[in-house]
Design a protein around this ligand. Structure first.
Ligand code: GDP
Length: 528
């Protein structure tokens, strides 16, 4: 197959949802369609279970699973599909944000009864900012839920999207009869049988046919006609360009658990979802079809086996062909690296491969060279941008609890920060280390992993910080900047890349500083 065809047949995407909406179930059904797994139950949920005996044991369990589910690749109708896993738990939101820099499109799963939930809102907002094409799947139609129009409204309002339904439910819950596929003009009737065959769809090109009444009864037929007429009247026609540039979102209805409406979603997805897109770097836009390989690290996973301390760096191929044993430039370090056993991901297995194409995710064994955001090229000194650091929500001093092990502690902290588990800030005043995290769970993860992977012990101490912001000033000699640094010296720190960070102790003092130092920029995210 030609290089260009390899690119065109790739679909790399993520499924985002609030926990429990049905992301794992949908993933599994997609893999079943692709023949990548044989039975339901094969894909493990990477959710943090509530009420588990201990949080960190639960996190270890989750980490074990999330290695296996980080990337799930499969073939469907001559498409190579890569699903990138995005944790739904809010404490792992940063992981998800970073993964979203490596997807070319997204499917948003929404629970028909719960509607738009908190995590959905946050994640969709990030996708919207990046103009990532999104398809919405409304799940659990076999249960009683909100009215279809009400939900479409809610999605438009709360998620600030412009939707158009490409399928429409016939009834719901107890009365759920099936799905009318607006995209393909056919009907799929519900039997509640998860093994339901793909062949079971009935072609109805014209909704006014009396056959419809025979199929689903007079009342349901009349309702469906009215609703579809209303839906197609109110919502814009589907437009693939609008979808691809993120200004229109098609919606599908179904029940993942019953494998219902999933084929419709998948068939439309492979048709319309974009193949790998161009990506901005600090010097130019890079196109997937370029000859030379480039890629970037969006995720690092520490090995769970304490005897093998190497890590797996996940690299998205942006352009060219990645080849095994070929030297590539690690741009940040300015050195060449060769990889003798790069991994590709198929369903739940990983496998050594010789070549990979744009859109693919390569797993590279790493002994500590990589940080999230690193770029690999064939020699060109470009760096991919756009992996964000967000201001953490929690802050604590980290102290060494075993003075004999300070080397191990520092190494551990440094590596965990490279993995993106949390952010480290070093106070300018006294060099004390502060760990900032998105969720409180991360503190337990760090403590546990420092001890088990690095043999170091740490304790935490409360510190009163409200927010971290990255300070930008015009020139070091700017008087206002000098004054700010003098007056706020107690609150200034450096992040891992030595950028200046202001750790404001309250919303009030932050506001005061923003009002007073008008020429300074207070950034709540930093991109690297
Ligand atoms: P995730 O947290 O988004 O990955 O959600 P899961 O896929 O683990 O699903 C959460 C729960 O909802 C599980 O108990 C599923 O069996 C259930 N579920 C998923 N899809 C459906 C569906 O279509 N109908 C019903 N009734 N339950 C579903």
């Amino acid at each position: 197959m030609k290089f260009k065809d390899e690119i065109n047949r790739r679909r790399t995407f993520g499924i985002v949802s609030h926990p429990d909406a049905g992301k794992t179930t949908l993933t599994e059904k997609l893999l079943l369609f692709g023949g990548a797994i044989q039975e339901a139950g094969a894909v493990k949920s990477n959710k943090i279970k509530k009420g588990a005996t201990s949080d960190f044991m639960e996190i270890e369990r989750q980490r074990g699973i999330s290695v296996a589910t980080s990337v799930l690749g499969f073939e469907y109708k001559n498409n190579k599909i890569n699903i990138l896993d995005t944790p739904g738990h809010k404490d792992f939101a940063e992981d998800t944000f970073r993964t979203l820099t490596a997807v070319d499109s997204v499917i948003v799963v929404i629970d028909v009864a719960k509607g738009v939930e908190e995590q959905t809102e946050k994640l969709v907002k990030v996708c919207r900012m990046r103009n990532i094409p999104m398809i919405v799947f409304i799940n659990k139609l076999d249960r009683e839920g909100k009215d279809a129009f009400e939900l479409l409204d809610e999605i438009e309002q709360k998620l600030d999207l412009k939707v158009t339904p490409l399928s429409f439910p016939i009834g719901m819950g107890y009365d759920f009869k099936g799905i009318y596929n607006i995209w393909e003009s056919n009907i799929n009737l519900f039997t509640g049988d998860p093994r339901k065959d793909i062949e079971d769809t009935i072609e109805i090109t014209d909704l006014s046919t009396p056959d419809l009444n025979k199929l689903i009864g007079d009342e349901a037929a009349e309702n469906l006609r009215e609703e579809v007429e209303l839906a197609t009247g109110v919502y814009p026609d589907f437009d693939i360009e609008a979808y691809k540039n993120g200004s229109l979102q098609p919606v599908f209805f179904g029940s993942a658990l019953n494998n219902f409406g999933v084929r419709e979603l998948l068939d439309c997805f492979v048709n319309i979802a974009p193949s790998p897109r161009s990506k901005d770097s600090d010097s130019r836009e890079v196109k997937p079809e370029e000859d030379q390989f480039t890629g970037f690290v969006f995720k690092i996973h520490a090995n769970m086996d304490p005897r093998h301390r190497d890590r797996l760096a996940f690299v998205k191929v942006v352009s060219g062909k990645f080849e095994r044993n070929k030297p590539y430039l690690h741009v940040r370090q300015g050195k060449n690296l060769k990889f003798s056993s790069p991994n590709a991901f198929f369903a739940e297995k990983k496998q050594v491969v010789n070549e990979m194409y744009p859109g693919d995710i390569v797993g590279l064994h790493d002994t500590g060279n990589f940080k999230i955001g690193d770029t690999l090229t064939e020699g060109e000194k470009l760096m991919y941008k756009g992996i964000p650091n967000f201001s953490p929500e929690h802050f604590r001093y980290i102290n060494n609890a075993d003075p004999m092990k300070s080397k191990q502690l520092n190494k551990g902290i440094s590596q965990l920060m490279d993995e993106g588990v949390a952010q480290l800030f070093t106070l300018e005043m006294n060099n004390r280390k502060i760990i900032g995290t998105v969720g409180a769970l991360q503190y337990e993860v760090i403590q546990y992993r420092l001890e088990h992977e690095y043999g170091a012990k740490c304790t935490y101490e409360n510190v009163n910080i409200h927010k971290a912001c990255w300070i930008e000033a015009e020139g070091e000699n700017n008087d206002e900047f000098k004054e700010f640094k003098r007056i706020k010296s107690k609150y200034l720190a450096r992040d891992k890349r030595n950028q200046l960070v202001f750790l404001a102790d309250s919303a009030f003092s932050l506001q005061m500083a923003q009002d007073k130092y008008k020429t300074l920029k207070f950034n709540f995210t930093s991109e690297f």
